[in-house]
Design a protein. Sequence first.
Lengths: 114, 113
Amino acid sequence: SQTIHQWPATLVQPVGSPLSLECTVEGTSNPNLYWYRQAAGRGLQLLFYSVGIGQISSEVPQNLSASRPQDRQFILSSKKLLLSDSGFYLCASALGEVSYNEQFFGPGTRLTVL
Amino acid sequence: GNSVTQMEGPVTLSEEAFLTINCTYTATGYPSLFWYVQYPGEGLQLLLKATKADDKGSNKGFEATYRKETTSFHLEKGSVQVSDSAVYFCALRAQGGSEKLVFGKGMKLTVNP
C-alpha cells in the first residue's frame, strides 16, 4: 500500500512570509496527488490536484500554488501568507482513474499564521 | 454535480451505545462510496468502502451498505468505544474515474466512558 510523508508536521509563520510544504509518496508510481486544507472545526477543502508531473489543477483561487516536480513529490507554496491560510493541510494520493480506488492521506501539516 | 450530505453533529454518546451516521449522495451513474475516519491531530484513514449497489463495507465493527434506491451509505456500529472518538467523513468518487473525491462536511463523535 501507499505511504504518504508530509513535512513539516507543524509550522508557525508570520503574515507575509513565504510557505513551502512538501509531500512525498512511497509504494506506488504515477499516482494522482491532492492537497486539501481543513480549517478548524470544518470539513475538507480541495485546493489542488495533479494527474502527472507538471500537471496541476486548481480548485480554489487564492494566494497558494502547487507544483509537482517529480512523479511522487507534490509541493504547496505561497509567496505571502495570510491569516486565513491557517489550517491543517493534508496531502493525498490515489491510483489512476478507477473509481473504486480510495485516496490515501498523509499525517498532515498544521500551519498557524500569526 | 456530485455531492455528499451527512450528519454534521457534533454527537456525544456513552460507551456501548449504538451509532448511526447518515450519509446521502447525489451522483450520476454508480459512484464508489467511502467512509473515512480522522482521529485527533491525524490525517484521514479509510474506514470502509463499497463499490457497487448492495455492497456492504465493514471494518472495526463498523458497517455501511450501498443503497442505490435511497442514494444512501449510512454508517453504523452496534457498540461504540471511547477509542471511536473521531471525525467521520462520507465521500464518493464518481463512476468513470473522476480524479476527485467528493467529501461530506464530517461529523465529530465523542464517546464517553
